[in-house]
Design a binder for this molecule. Structure first.
Ligand code: AMP
Ligand code: MG
Length: 396
């Protein structure tokens, strides 16, 4: 048996084949899920001036317990027209700038206003500076808000906007072609002749890539024909950063991905990983494109896409941490010993406990419907009792 590549080594080799794509500037509205190509540094203080955190009255703390004369009103977005002098109060609303002279806000529930007279009627006077957001209390100019390589989620986008950026620099989205291979495959939903099966992998891979910052083609299907495959690979390589094939990655007479990569003028980088499912994974280059050949069994395709395809796409799109996060939780039931390859067991994490499924045949699709995690079992691992911890990856 030729030596199988450990998963981490294969992942590192794959990501080292190409640098992230060049950055581009985009509007905030387009930025969800993209990876920052540069640090976002605050360009302004937030707030830029002391603001009221409540609806109430701006006063001088030394004037307590009042009464006060109301001398004006400030709403959010307005600049105060005059300072607050001793004995004076100004009506103020949440988000409005505090006038000069005032150092405290009394909330409206604690006072009674009659005409221009304001009297303290509550007991909740607070302390000097109460209900005021100081200048820069959120962040000051120069604060690092988000590091390069961050995936932009809604809250991160909000922070970048408030920091005063005009637009964002992010990694360009890789163009990904999905190619399913196999004479037995029929488009989803079509009638099946004997020996045929629906092509589930193509659409599954497109769905896995949908949340990622990638431009993904509608899955293309071709038959098990080496010549056609080589021609199609060559053509796709001109317009894509990644070609992901599924099926035909093994050594059977009808497995043509390796041969077709050769014929097309590509270079194999690695083949065969010490993992189960997913051993016959292929990685190589073809012109400027990367070729990732996933095995066709649905569970193998799913697991290899999780561990290789998604990280590759994230890496090219500029992710700082493209690999799936490995977490740890106790097992709900005993787990047998590890074998000669690392297992990625389809499993469920419910109420904090991991339960790997009984049927781990890589050809099965049904467990994929149920699984929300992959439990990792190391090569040669000792059996574990229920309650002992195991490593896992979230997939849902
Ligand atoms: P292969 O990697 O081509 O040897 O395929 C391994 C197994 O996965 C075979 O049983 C195939 O029929 C099945 N298979 C291959 N491609 C797909 C696909 N796109 N969708 C569902 N099953 C597939
Ligand atoms: Mg096949």
């Amino acid at each position: 048996m030729s030596k199988l590549l450990p998963v981490e080594e294969a992942q590192a080799r794959l990501l080292a084949l190409r640098a992230p794509l060049a950055p581009e500037n985009i509007a905030f509205s387009e930025s969800l899920g993209r990876y920052l190509s540069e640090d976002v540094i605050a360009l302004r203080d937030q707030p830029a001036a002391p603001l009221s955190a409540m609806d109430g009255y701006a006063i001088r703390f030394a004037d307590l317990p009042g009464p006060w004369t109301i001398v004006g009103e400030i709403a959010a977005g307005a600049a105060p027209e005059r300072p607050v002098e001793p004995g004076e109060a100004m009506r103020i609303f949440t988000g409005a700038m505090l006038p000069e002279g005032a150092d405290t806000v009394i909330i409206q529930e604690d006072v009674t206003a009659a005409d221009t007279q304001l009297t303290l009627t509550g007991e909740n006077i607070g302390s000097r500076g109460a209900h005021i957001r100081d200048r820069g209390s959120d962040f000051v100019a120069g604060t690092p808000l988000l590091p390069a390589g961050t995936r932009l989620h809604s809250g991160a986008i909000a922070a970048a906007i408030m920091g005063g950026a005009a637009q964002l620099g992010v990694g360009t989205r890789p163009r990904v072609a999905i190619l399913t291979t196999g004479d037995e495959l029929v488009q989803p939903g079509r009638a099946l002749a004997p020996g045929q099966i629906p092509d589930s992998n193509g659409t599954m891979l497109a769905a896995m890539l949908a949340p990622e910052p990638a431009i993904v083609t509608i899955p293309l299907h071709i038959r098990d024909d080496r010549e056609t495959l080589a021609k199609v690979l060559k053509e796709l390589a001109r317009r894509h950063d990644v070609i992901v094939t599924v099926g035909g990655a093994s050594v059977g007479d009808h497995d043509h991905v390796r041969g077709a990569l050769d014929d097309a003028g590509g270079t194999l980088d690695f083949w065969k990983i010490a993992m189960r499912p997913g051993k016959p994974l292929i990685a190589g280059t073809l012109g400027d494109a990367l070729l990732l050949g996933l095995p066709g069994n649905p569970s193998s395709a799913f697991v290899t896409a999780t561990l290789f395809l998604l990280p590759l796409v994230r890496h090219l799109a500029g992710a700082r941490h493209p690999l799936p996060e490995i977490r740890r939780a106790p097992l709900a039931a005993a787990l047998g010993p590890g074998g000669q390859r690392r297992d990625y067991l389809r499993a469920r994490l419910d109420n904090g406990l991991l339960r790997p499924f009984d049927g781990q045949d890589s050809g099965r699709t049904f467990p994929l419907a149920e699984a929300n995690t992959l439990v990792i079992r190391e090569i040669g691992a000792a059996p574990r009792a229920a309650g002992e911890p195991a490593d896992y990856i979230d997939i849902a």
